[in-house]
Design a protein around this ligand. Structure first.
Ligand SMILES: *Cc1c(COP(=O)(O)O)cnc(C)c1O
Length: 372
């Protein structure tokens, strides 16, 4: 008998997460120069790193012999200051730091799920929700999508006695759909109080202010609400791995019980604390994204392609058999993300890049589709 045969069946059944193809890998495979490759596959920030974060990290290299602050005091203080009065009555004990917000999602699963329980998430929602659910041996309940987004009525109806967690991404990845604040508020009101609702706001910084839900204020009314946020997208720190959850202090305490003591490294703590106040960088990221989104939409309209209107820093476009188009783009040095594993075999998800990167992708796409 092989040791792997004795791993729990729910672990053996997991289909591993498929990350975007790294630039270095494509360069090796195709014999291309890395500088000639455009990667629009992982929703990374085309402006790079927040300059403030970069300076803070460079200044801290000599401290790497020391363990990080396991409580993340400086970063939590910076987060509290940024969130302001709405968060005042929750405070630092309501913050849980993670090695990316993926880490925080996993903490939620490990704290609240186990065999004999279930979690609810939507079709076409972020792949990490089924992954972290399955890893605990809990049942994942996938509800049908509504116009590629979350169907909150279906999600509410899917909640069973054994349901402990509901996962919602807003905006959603990979589809870019957005739920409005009123629908979310009504949903929170209807969900049984013992069921945790995770509202994943990884792309919140890309929303116009009038589209941002007052989610931090909801924390005071809903002790079963967990907000998750990340420094990977608008803050340009995906490689550093840092994100956080905001929740009722009791719920945060549960997450902290299953957290590794030093899950966020010292450079990540410092970099994120420096980046959080970099309003200029966030504003620039949003400007570049808004312009790039308009450029993509115009490009798709010119080529005559259907797309899913997106509120994130990426967009899904319908290209027919997407595997072939994906490969043809790779040959031209452009990396995007096929989303067949999300049940969308005819779509490609493309991250919004700099104007010249977007143009390069659109030109390659148009050329490939003309030849087909
Ligand atoms: C990118 C993304 C995250 C953030 O992942 P990190 O682990 O913080 O890098 C979380 N949720 C969704 C929906 C995402 O797309």
């Amino acid at each position: 008998m092989h040791s792997c045969d004795l791993a729990p069946a729910y672990v053996r059944a997991i289909a591993p997460y498929q990350p975007g193809k790294p630039i270095s890998e494509l360069a090796r495979e195709m014999g291309l120069a890395e500088a000639d490759i455009v990667k629009l596959a992982s929703n990374e920030n085309p402006l790079g790193v927040s300059p403030r974060a970069r300076a803070a990290i460079a200044a801290a290299l000599d401290e790497l012999a020391l363990y990080p602050d396991g409580n993340g005091f400086e970063l939590k203080s910076a987060i509290t200051a940024k969130l302001g009065v709405e968060f005042g009555n929750i405070g630092m004990s309501g913050i849980v730091l993670g090695n990316g917000s993926n880490d925080v999602l996993e903490l939620v699963a490990r704290a609240f799920l186990a065999p004999g329980t279930s979690a609810v998430y939507s079709r076409h929602a972020f792949a990490v929700y089924p992954l972290v659910t399955q890893a605990t041996g809990a049942i994942g309940i996938e509800t049908p999508a509504l116009d590629f987004g979350h169907d909150l009525a279906a999600m509410l109806a899917a909640i069973r006695d054994d349901t402990r967690v509901v996962f919602i991404a807003n905006p959603n990845n990979p589809t870019g759909t957005l739920l409005d604040a009123a629908s979310l508020a009504a949903f929170l009101k209807s969900v049984p109080e013992q069921v945790i609702v995770v509202l994943d706001e990884a792309y919140g910084e890309f929303l116009d202010v009038d589209l941002q839900a007052p989610s931090v204020a909801w924390l005071a009314d809903y002790p079963n609400l967990i907000l998750t946020r990340t420094f990977s997208k608008a803050y340009g720190l995906a490689g550093l791995r840092v994100g956080y959850a905001l929740a009722h202090p009791d719920v945060a305490g549960m997450l902290n019980r299953v957290r590794q003591p030093f899950n966020v490294n010292s450079l990540a703590l410092l970099g994120a604390a420096a980046a959080i106040d970099d309003a200029e960088f966030i504003a620039a990221s949003k400007r570049v994204n808004d312009a790039g989104m308009a450029q993509m939409v115009q490009g798709f309209q010119r080529i005559g392609l259907e797309f899913i209107p997106s509120f994130g820093n990426f967009i899904c476009v319908k290209v027919g058999p997407a595997g072939e188009v994906f490969q043809a783009l790779l040959k031209r040095g452009v990396i995007v993300r096929p989303v067949g594993n999300y049940g969308m075999p005819e779509y490609l998800r493309v991250s919004i890049g700099l104007p010249e990167q977007n143009a390069r992708f659109l030109a390659a796409l148009s050329e490939i589709l003309e030849q087909a």
